[in-house]
Design a protein around this ligand. Structure first.
Ligand SMILES: Cc1cc2nc3c(=O)[nH]c(=O)nc-3n(C[C@H](O)[C@H](O)[C@H](O)COP(=O)(O)O)c2cc1C
Length: 218
């Protein structure tokens, strides 16, 4: 028996209800209360060492969204959805970012920064000086996809539709969104809102490998 107040059957229902929406209903908007929860799902997502090497851009301006459409293989979700979110990562994780995190931890947990010297040394030795520093950009990208997953799962629980989007030109996005020179760069995006009743994809059966193909017990 489940120890959660959320029923297993409810979770299954939401997981199968979710699909990558191709056509959004332009008349329906996400409520401020739901949006607040969705933002928190991003902020509360876990990341390696808790480093949060990301920034989430909510593109509200219709003009900006219009400019992003041709940079997204012409996908219509960018302009039709209620909320369009671009996921950006820190281009290069530096000492300043680690210090920002350590300072924040000391502040939130009401301890002296010096108490975190050991932790700072470990993180610095790994991400800045260690072999992982050579692929730090891929590391940051991996973290950002966890946030994307949290967002989509939370959305499904709230009956909010989503479409994750990797079909875009990250460099083009950086230009349009004025990210160049900010230390952040585009990775992917998520369109959120409500499915159009005529989006045929909602009626298609999910295609997944058999459980025994992807889940192994050792
Ligand atoms: C990281 C990622 C990027 C994706 N990019 C796009 C995209 O650019 N456009 C699109 O229509 N669907 C995109 N998809 C949706 C996938 O095609 C879809 O999730 C997959 O076919 C499974 O179908 P379902 O999500 O409807 O169950 C993307 C999915 C993920 C996870």
């Amino acid at each position: 028996m489940s120890q959660s107040e959320i029923k297993n059957s409810t979770i299954m229902e939401k997981l199968t209800w979710r699909y990558a929406v191709k056509k959004f209903d332009t008349t329906k908007k996400i409520s401020p209360q739901d949006w607040e929860t969705l933002e928190e799902s991003l902020r509360l997502a876990p990341s390696s060492y808790g480093m949060q090497p990301w920034q989430f851009l909510v593109v509200q301006s219709p003009e900006l969204r219009k400019k992003l459409t041709p940079l997204s293989w012409g996908q219509t979700q960018i302009e039709d959805c209620s909320h369009f979110l671009v996921i950006a990562i820190k281009s290069k994780l530096d000492e300043a970012h680690i210090e920002k995190h350590i300072k924040r931890m000391a502040e939130v947990r009401k301890i002296a920064v010096s108490q975190l010297d050991g932790m700072k040394k470990v993180i610095f030795g790994d991400l800045i000086q260690g072999p992982r520093s050579a692929t730090i950009n891929f590391w940051a990208q991996r973290q950002s996809y966890i946030a994307m997953g949290f967002l989509m799962e939370t959305a499904a629980l709230l009956n909010v539709d989503t479409c994750p989007l990797e079909g875009l030109d990250p460099k083009g996005y950086d230009k349009v969104l004025n990210l160049e020179g900010t230390g952040f760069e585009t990775v992917a995006a998520v369109a959120l809102g409500y499915r159009h009743p005529e989006d045929k994809y909602q009626f298609m059966t999910k295609v997944r490998f058999e459980k025994s193909d992807v889940i192994k017990y050792l």
